[in-house]
Ligand binder design. Sequence first.
Ligand code: FEO
Length: 394
Amino acid sequence: MSVILKDRVYWIGYIDWNLRDFHSFEAKRGVTYNSYFIKDNDCALIDAVKGPFADDLLKKLAELSDFSKIKYVVCNHAELDHAGALPEVMKALPNAQLVCNKKCQGTLNLHFDTSNWNFKIVSTGDTISLGERTLRFIDTPMVHWPESMFTYLEEDKILFSMDAFGQHYTSSKHFDYEVPTALVIEEAKAYYANILMPFGKPIEKTLAQLENIEIEMIAPSHGIIWKESIEQIVSLYKDWSAYKAKSKVLVIYDTMWQSTASMARAILKGVEDSGVDVKLISIRNSNLTDIATEVLDSAGIAFGSSTINGEMMPMAGAVLTYLKGLKPKNKIAFAFGSYGWGRGGVDGIVEYFDKLKWEILREPIKSKYRPDEKILDECYNAGKMMAEKTKQVG
Ligand code: FEO
């Protein structure tokens, strides 16, 4: 079923209700692939869907238009969750031109046999008249891939923003005012942290380009369409892309026999007693997606692991490897953990801090086997010190 955004502008995407693993992103509320259709003298499809759902997209399209009247298929982003259905779409639409920027054409050529596609190459500022309405294009490199682009429907003031402002959120409702705002914001934050966090600078540039554009609706390629909360989500994107941290501490740890866990709880208490917001995260009872989401706006990170075979715990390593790729900035950190006869675990954490370019608050706290009162006091005081330091941030 299609959904009307404005007169003759439709959502015709696919709701993947039960998908939980989106290339390792834990999508606890499912995923949507949003495709949009504009009916005018010339009709345009804005973005496709993931490959397996091409038939569904074509069925929805057939209910709205004769395929011969569709003149443009805009590809804002070549990643396969949106471009995957393009081969079937282009085959089905005999008169359609594939509208994208030069980089996108190069990427599509490397994914598909595009020899029969009729490309129309656009870049920032270019427009296409559909008759009564106009499409304007804005290149947004690295938001999320090098070829990423926004399409703006001028007369209706709708911004088709592909991944930007997206969320992995499924609902039979499609607009922000129809669903609980807090949940959509929570998912927008998770999406930003796990997909877009490495690209703060390009996102800042993109936001600056939007300053002079009047926007009544932001229609991303994932999740809910923004109408009532545009100001809120744009303001959050400004904070996130500037790596603005809150006065908040995370105590993240993995433990074998509870020694590192005891240290983590002592650190937690030190932060709590200082009145600063703090969360205790046991890595094996959490997941990469939730941890990255918490890291996004936390100023302080205490990271702990026991030592196993001279290294940190494997899942602690997975978290730090994942974070190294996401490149969170503006963090103050220290490491802690227990060991038996080899000390590699905690030293390995500090190596990651260096790679992440995080400010190191103090030397690591290490405990041979079980932490005694002296070590637990040291952990408590380190928590207090971390709390005081993060107070200067928020
Ligand atoms: Fe939703 Fe970067 O693709």
